[in-house]
Design a protein around this ligand. Structure first.
Ligand code: EPU
Length: 302
C-alpha cells in the first residue's frame, strides 16, 4: 500500500512520522520473508492517537510491527501500511531496581544493560531476538523464566479505546506465550522490577543460557524462533523430530536440521512456501500424535 496524497504526507510530517516508502518486509523480519509496503516510523509516542485518527480518516489500514522476529508476512504488495516505533535515546533508564524501557529497545541489549546495573532475572532471555515490546506482547520466555514475571507497569496505545493507557502488572495476565493484551494494542514502554544480583553472577547465568541455545538452536540462520507452541506437557520440536521431518522442505522453506521446531529460510523462501511447510508438518503431527499444533509464529497474510 502506498501513501501518495501530498496533503497526507505533509500531515504525517507534522506528526514527526518518518515515512519510508516501498519498504520490503523481508528486510524487517528475522525470517527474511515478506512483501512491500510503506513504513511509518513513529518518533513520538504521543502522536499515536492523532496518527491513527489520520489513517482511519484516509481509510488506510495499518499494522504494528515490533522487531519482526516472530512474524511471517505474506508475499507481494501488502494491503496495509506498517507502523513501527523509532528507537529513542536513551532506551533504558534505571532507578533503583526499576528499569524503564522503551518498547523499541532490543531485548538482548536490555538484559545486558540491566545486568551491568546489577539487575538480573532475565538471563534466559539472552539470545531471544526482537524488541522488548514484542517480548511483552507474547510473554517471551526461555530456560524457566518469562518477561511477564517482572512487569510492573506497561504504557500502551489501545486502538479500541483510541487512547494511551498505563496498565499495572496485576491488570495483565501473562501465560505461556500468551497475554491478555488485545491484538491491536501497541506496546510503548514498560517498567520492569528486577531482582538485585551481582553482575558477575548474572553474567555466569547468561553464559550458561547462551551455550544451551547455541548447542540446540540454528542461531545463524533466518528463522522466527519456534514455529509452534509446545502443547501442554509435550515438545513440538521432539514430536516433529520423531517423525523424521528435519530437513523437510517446500522451496527454500526448511525444517531445521538442528531443532525441528525451527523452520528456516534457506535462501529465497516465500511466505507461500513457509505456510505450505507449516501446514504439512501440522498435518503430519496431527495424524501421528492426534495433537493439532498451534502457531507461535504470528502470520500476517495479505
Ligand atoms: N528435541 C528433540 N529434537 C528437536 C528439538 C528438541 O528431540 O529437534 C527435544 C530436546 O532434546 C528436549 C526437548 O525436545 O528433550 C525440548 O527441547 P528444547 O529444550 O529445545 O525446548 P523446546 O521445548 O523445543 C522451548 C521454547 C524455546 C526456548 C527453549 C529453552 C517453545 C515453543 N519453545 O523449546 O523458545 O528457547 O524451550 O527454554 O516454547 C521460541 O519460543 O521461539 C523458542 C525458541
Amino acid at each position: 500500500m502506498r501513501i501518495k496524497d501530498p496533503k497526507l504526507v505533509a500531515e504525517l510530517a507534522a506528526l514527526a512520522i518518518d515515512l519510508r516508502c516501498a519498504t520490503s518486509l523481508s528486510e524487517l523480519t528475522s525470517l527474511g520473508i515478506g512483501g512491500t509496503t510503506d513504513l511509518l516510523r513513529i518518533t513520538k509516542h504521543d502522536s499515536l492517537p492523532a496518527l491513527i485518527e489520520l489513517l482511519e480518516r484516509h481509510h488506510i489500514p495499518y499494522k504494528f510491527l515490533g522487531g519482526g522476529s516472530n512474524l511471517l508476512v505474506g508475499d507481494g504488495e501488502l494491503p496495509w501500511v506498517i507502523l513501527q516505533l523509532a528507537k529513542p535515546d536513551p532506551e533504558i533508564v534505571i532507578v533503583g531496581t526499576l528499569a524503564h524501557v522503551d518498547a523499541a529497545a532490543d531485548l538482548g541489549r536490555t538484559v545486558t544493560f540491566c545486568a551491568k546495573h546489577d539487575l538480573g532475572g532475565m538471563e534466559g532471555l539472552i539470545g531471544v531476538p526482537g524488541t522488548v515490546g514484542g517480548a511483552l506482547r507474547m510473554n517471551a520466555g526461555a530456560y524457566g523464566m518469562q518477561i511477564g514475571s517482572y512487569v510492573r507497569e506497561v504504557k500502551l496505545y489501545r486502538a479500541a479505546a483510541r487512547k494511551l493507557e498505563i496498565l499495572r502488572g496485576q491488570q495483565i495476565s501473562f501465560e505461556y506465550r500468551h497475554t491478555s493484551f488485545a491484538p491491536d494494542d501497541m506496546m510503548l514502554a514498560v517498567t520492569l522490577e528486577l531482582p538485585s544480583k551481582p553482575y558477575k553472577e548474572i553474567l555466569q547465568g547468561i553464559r550458561i543460557c547462551n551455550e544451551k541455545r547455541r548447542s540446540s538452536q540454528p542461531l545463524g540462520q533466518k528463522s522466527a524462533g519456534c514455529i509452534f507452541k509446545n502443547p501442554p506437557g509435550a515438545s513440538a520440536g521432539r514430536m516433529i523430530d520423531e517423525l523424521g521431518l528435519k530437513g523437510l522442505s517446500v522451496g527454500d522453506a526448511k525444517v531445521s536440521d538442528r531443532h525441528a521446531n525451527f523452520f528456516v529460510n534457506a535462501g529465497q523462501a516465500s511466505a507461500k512456501d513457509m505456510l505450505a511447510l507449516i501446514a504439512d508438518v501440522r498435518g503430519r503431527v496431527e495424524k501421528a500424535f492426534g495433537v493439532k499444533l498451534e502457531n507461535e509464529v504470528v502470520v500476517w497474510n495479505a
